[in-house]
Design a protein around this ligand. Structure first.
Ligand SMILES: CC(C)(COP(=O)(O)OP(=O)(O)OC[C@H]1O[C@@H](n2cnc3c(N)ncnc32)[C@H](O)[C@@H]1OP(=O)(O)O)[C@@H](O)C(=O)NCCC(=O)NCCS
Length: 183
């Protein structure tokens, strides 16, 4: 299915477009954002390659990645949310919002919207999020989604020149049916 748009309460999610690149730099090119992610900040050319790669993968015959732009209600990209399918009916969830738009509930809404899509539309059984131990804002988002803490992944990612542990959170489809209605 391509291109897709998923409507949330505060944000919408949609496939990337080439004209997102200037806004994408405020996310992928900002150290304040990428220090929490598993990659280093990208310059303009690298951000362009990332967006183009996501657009290309989104059109694969058997789509295994839902790497979507998070947009405000004027269709301006303010972040991304990603479901990467792996294993049997399982996916990894990731998200980021540009720093000057933090604290408005956008990540919570984007993650909630994409998780609902994963369970209800894609038929997933399990969705996980691996979060840096110091990333209080993201842990807040995971807990608010009703995710359960499973354990600590040692030296899980190499970022900013060092190994970093992750805290693994998960939610299962039968748990979500009850929880999504309360958000
Ligand atoms: C994590 C991130 C996506 C959250 O985005 P956001 O749109 O600001 O998130 P929300 O507004 O939905 O919720 C964040 C919550 O964390 C809280 N929070 C933020 N920083 C915090 C801190 N340092 N300590 C405690 N709580 C914090 C916010 O107050 C908010 O809770 P509230 O609504 O009860 O006030 C954003 O900070 C970000 O892009 N960070 C860099 C990338 C990243 O970490 N991605 C996740 C990787 S696992």
């Amino acid at each position: 299915m391509y291109p897709i748009t998923i409507t949330g309460h505060r944000v919408d999610l949609r496939d990337f477009r080439p004209d997102d690149i200037p806004q994408a730099l405020a996310v992928f090119g900002d150290d304040e954002v990428t220090r929490w992610l598993s990659f280093d900040s990208r310059d303009h050319d690298q951000a362009t390659a990332m967006i183009n790669g996501a657009i290309e993968r989104a059109q694969a015959e058997h789509r295994t990645e839902y790497y979507l732009a998070v947009t405000d209600k004027t269709d301006r990209m303010i972040g991304f949310a990603r479901l990467g399918l792996s294993g049997v009916k399982a996916a990894k969830l990731g998200y980021a919002i540009r720093a000057d738009r933090w604290g408005h509930g956008y990540a919570t809404d984007a993650a909630r919207t994409l998780t609902t899509y994963g369970f209800h539309t894609l038929g997933l059984h399990r969705i996980t999020a691996a979060i840096g131990p110091d990333n209080t804002a993201s842990i807040t988002v995971a807990k608010r989604l009703g995710m359960t803490y499973e354990g600590r992944l040692r030296d899980h990612v190499h970022t900013n020149g060092a190994w970093r542990d992750s805290l693994l959170y998960s939610v299962l489809t039968h748990e979500w049916t009850d929880h999504a209605a309360t958000l």
